[in-house]
Ligand binder design. Structure first.
Ligand code: CTP
Ligand code: MG
Length: 237
């Protein structure tokens, strides 16, 4: 069973760290029969690779996985709790997961690391680097990668212009914020934001960009499964 959070977080105690893993999507772009997070990769459902990385981050007080209501494909396990409170959008799933953490005793000052279940190549050392960089920061931040390709603006299948690449980053996860700030940000941002940082930015705050890895892909398209499998095999070799 997952570790049970203390019912009440004593005042003035240090902020704790929680991980929240949205896994309530349908994976419509992945071309799989079922939701992509359950697709077998090297013999294990994709989401279990994600959870294995988080299991190696010793500083986490709890790990909560948000799945769709009625989804019984993943049960709570060693060190993580599965909660069937997913919503219609990723932002709604995250907001529901944050409500659950708050009900379980997480305080507004606690940190939460929100991480896409579909980013199954994440490594514990990248998660630790994000925590090390953000833990003393007023806002928090996210793993991200500077853009390497040239960026084109399209119109009707043709290039309309080339956008300056300098200073542009690709947002990844985990994204680490204070639970209170993130709940307020998501409540104000609405249900269509695709990451936590954009909701926090809308409050006028400026999250830190922490360099991640190009390997931290979000399995999205059919060809991504073979790529993720190859990376996992290369790590075992
Ligand atoms: N997610 C979620 N709840 C939703 C939608 C997405 O918890 N209503 C989760 C997904 O399970 C995934 C992560 O958010 O782990 C990132 O979303 P994405 O890669 O877009 O996954 P899907 O929405 O499932 O895929 P698609 O957009 O192709 O349908
Ligand atoms: Mg999606």
């Amino acid at each position: 069973m997952a570790p049970i959070l203390a019912p009440a977080h004593p005042p003035n105690s240090p902020a704790r760290l929680h991980a929240l893993i949205p896994a309530a999507g349908v994976g419509s772009r992945a071309g799989t029969a079922g939701p992509k997070q359950y697709e077998l990769l090297e013999g294990r459902p994709l989401v279990l690779h994600t959870l294995a990385a988080f299991a190696q981050v010793r500083r986490l007080a709890s790990v909560v996985v948000v799945v769709a209501p009625g989804d019984d494909r993943l049960a709570s396990g060693e060190g993580y709790e599965v909660v069937p409170c997913g919503g219609a959008t990723r932002a709604m799933s995250v907001a529901q997961g944050l409500d659950h953490l708050a009900r379980r005793g997480a305080s507004d000052q606690d940190w939460v690391l929100v991480h896409d279940a579909a980013r199954c190549l994440v490594r514990p050392e990248w998660i630790d680097a994000l925590i090390d960089t953000c833990e003393q920061d007023a806002v928090g931040g996210l793993l991200a990668q500077p853009l390497t390709d040239t960026l084109k603006q399209e119109d009707g299948g043709r290039v309309q212009g080339t956008l300056p690449r300098r200073g542009k980053w690709l947002a990844q996860t985990p994204q680490m914020f204070r639970i209170g700030v993130l709940r307020r940000a998501l409540a104000q941002a609405g249900e269509d934001v695709t990451d936590e940082a954009s909701a926090v930015e809308a409050l006028g705050l400026h999250p830190m960009l922490v360099t991640g890895s190009a390997q931290n892909i979000k399995v999205t398209w059919p060809e991504d499964f073979a790529l993720a499998g190859a990376v996992l095999r290369s790590r075992q070799a």
